[in-house]
Design a protein around this ligand. Structure first.
Ligand code: NAD
Length: 275
């Protein structure tokens, strides 16, 4: 079997959520042979069965990778904090080497909701996590990628970054910025052999998606099932996708099969039209 990412170091942000896109991406890239740096902010995450410390959840990601014959390390990394990013990259360089593949996955629904209810502080949080986060991380790894003669950055955008989405306020605005960031980095660093693409998921069955289903159901006075039926009616394939569906697209864009693909914002939406 060809392990097309063997010898590559891949850093994934926001990887702690047990059924999140970040975790699925870590496992998928490890399957292709990459050494995985699974990162997330510190502190506890509230799951259906109670709070769990993100550090412990990251250790479980690395244990699952090891069980499948792969390799990696976990490290705290808050995408809103430049010193946290620097400390993580220093540790990664010391333990494994410079990053070859960056997956900007961490995201926040802060500021999503009816536009007229939007608060500037929530828009600032969304800006910090969803756009300044990928900007900071990209700035931090590009010099090493340049020195190595190339690298791959994959941003996790959103269908909400390809068209307008009612009641997604800051989230949709910031994800549009991610599509622009993706194209800008692709053009500016293409001559250095660095490719930058984005995967733009539609409805993906993660905790973040469940939270947005609940929020919209409450806002519209519908049951959760009614809200899901209404949302998935607009999806050609009539269902939510899985984190693994997104991870598959990330693996393609991060690896040699996409050697001549850059500046692309790839919808992984089951045929959900952007608004
Ligand atoms: P999730 O909520 O399960 O995971 C998001 C992760 O980001 C969490 O682990 C969280 O701890 C982390 N995070 C938040 N703030 C952070 C910070 N400051 N520093 C580091 N990590 C931080 O969400 P998910 O559904 O797996 O989403 C992953 C990505 O996919 C996000 O960028 C999201 O916007 C995007 N997306 C998801 C969907 C969907 O339907 N689930 C659709 C479109 C786009």
């Amino acid at each position: 079997m060809v392990r097309e990412l063997a010898g590559k170091i891949a850093l994934v942000t926001g990887a702690a959520a047990p059924n999140g896109i970040g975790r699925a991406t870590c496992l998928r890239l490890a399957r292709d042979g990459a050494f995985i740096v699974a990162t997330d902010m510190g502190g506890a995450m509230t799951l259906a069965d109670g709070p769990r410390d993100r550090a412990g959840l990251l250790d479980e990601v690395i244990a699952a990778i090891a069980d499948a014959g792969g390799q990696g390390m976990a490290h705290e990394l808050d995408v809103t904090d430049a010193s946290s990013i620097a400390a993580c990259l220093k540790a990664v360089r010391g333990a494994a080497g410079p990053v070859d593949i960056l997956v900007n996955n961490a995201g926040s629904l802060a500021g999503a909701g009816p536009f007229l209810d939007g608060k500037a502080e929530d828009w600032r949080t969304s800006f910090e996590v969803n756009i300044l986060g990928p900007m900071r991380l990209s700035q931090a790894v590009i010099p090493d990628m340049r020195a190595a003669g190339g690298g791959a950055i994959v941003n996790i955008g959103s269908i909400g970054g390809l068209g307008g989405r009612a009641a997604f306020g800051a989230y949709s605005a910031m994800k549009h910025a991610v599509t622009g960031l993706t194209k800008t980095i692709a053009v500016e660093f293409g001559p250095d052999g660095i490719r930058c693409n984005a995967v733009c998921p539609g409805y993906i069955a993660t905790d973040m998606h469940a939270a947005s289903n609940r929020r919209l159901a409450e806002a519209e006075g519908l049951s959760l099932d009614e809200m899901k039926a209404r949302r998935y009616e607009a999806v050609a394939l009539r269902d939510a996708g899985s984190p693994e569906d997104v991870a598959e697209a990330v693996a393609y864009l991060a690896g040699p099969r996409a050697a001549y693909v850059t500046g692309v914002n790839l919808p992984v939406t089951g045929g959900l039209s952007p608004g």
